[in-house]
Design a binder for this molecule. Structure first.
Ligand code: CUA
Length: 155
C-alpha cells in the first residue's frame, strides 16, 4: 500500500504528539501527584454514612461570615438538597460520594468539581448576589442523572 509522503509526515506527527501528551500527563500525575480537586483528603467510600462530618451532612458556621458545607453526592440526589445561605457568606464546600463519580456544579459561580468516591472534593465561593442557585450533577452517573440537583438559596 502506498502512503503519500505528506500523509506519512502527518500520521507520524500525530502519533508523536499523542505520545508526548500522554507522557506529560503520566509524568505530571506521578511527579506532581495529580488528584481530584480536593483537600487531598481521602475517605472510605463504603463508610461515608458513618464518617464524621459526612454522617451529618449540612452547614456548619465557622465564623461571622464563613460556613462549611458538607455535602454527600449520591445516586441521584445531593444531601442536603436545600442549603440556605445568608448574603455575603463565604462557603467552603466539601463533597464526597459513596457510590459513583458525580459532578458538583453551582450555576453562576466558578464552583465546578468532580466528586470521586474515596476523595473529599473542596471548593470555596462567596455569595454576593441574592437568588436561587442550582447545584447540578454534571457527570453522567446513571439512569437518574438528569434528576440529580440541589438548590442553594442566598438571602
Ligand atoms: Cu450524579 Cu450525574
Amino acid at each position: 500500500m502506498h502512503i503519500h509522503r505528506s500523509e506519512k509526515i502527518w500520521l507520524i506527527s500525530g502519533v508523536v504528539a499523542l505520545v508526548v501528551f500522554l507522557g506529560i500527563i503520566g509524568f505530571a500525575a506521578i511527579a506532581d501527584g495529580i488528584v481530584p480537586p480536593s483537600h487531598i483528603e481521602t475517605i472510605d467510600p463504603t463508610k461515608v454514612a458513618q464518617t464524621p462530618p459526612f454522617d451529618h451532612p449540612g452547614l456548619r458556621r465557622t465564623g461571622p461570615n464563613t460556613v462549611e458545607a458538607y455535602v454527600v453526592a449520591h445516586i441521584f440526589s445531593f444531601t442536603p438538597g436545600l442549603m440556605k445561605i445568608p448574603l455575603g457568606t463565604k462557603v467552603t464546600f466539601y463533597a464526597t460520594s459513596p457510590d459513583v463519580v458525580h459532578g458538583f456544579f453551582i450555576t453562576g459561580t466558578a464552583v465546578n468539581m468532580m466528586v470521586v468516591p474515596g476523595w473529599v472534593s473542596s471548593a470555596t465561593h462567596t455569595f454576593t448576589k441574592r437568588g436561587n442557585y442550582l447545584l447540578l450533577c454534571n457527570e453522567y452517573c446513571g439512569t437518574g442523572h438528569q434528576y440529580m440537583y440541589g438548590t442553594i438559596v442566598v438571602r
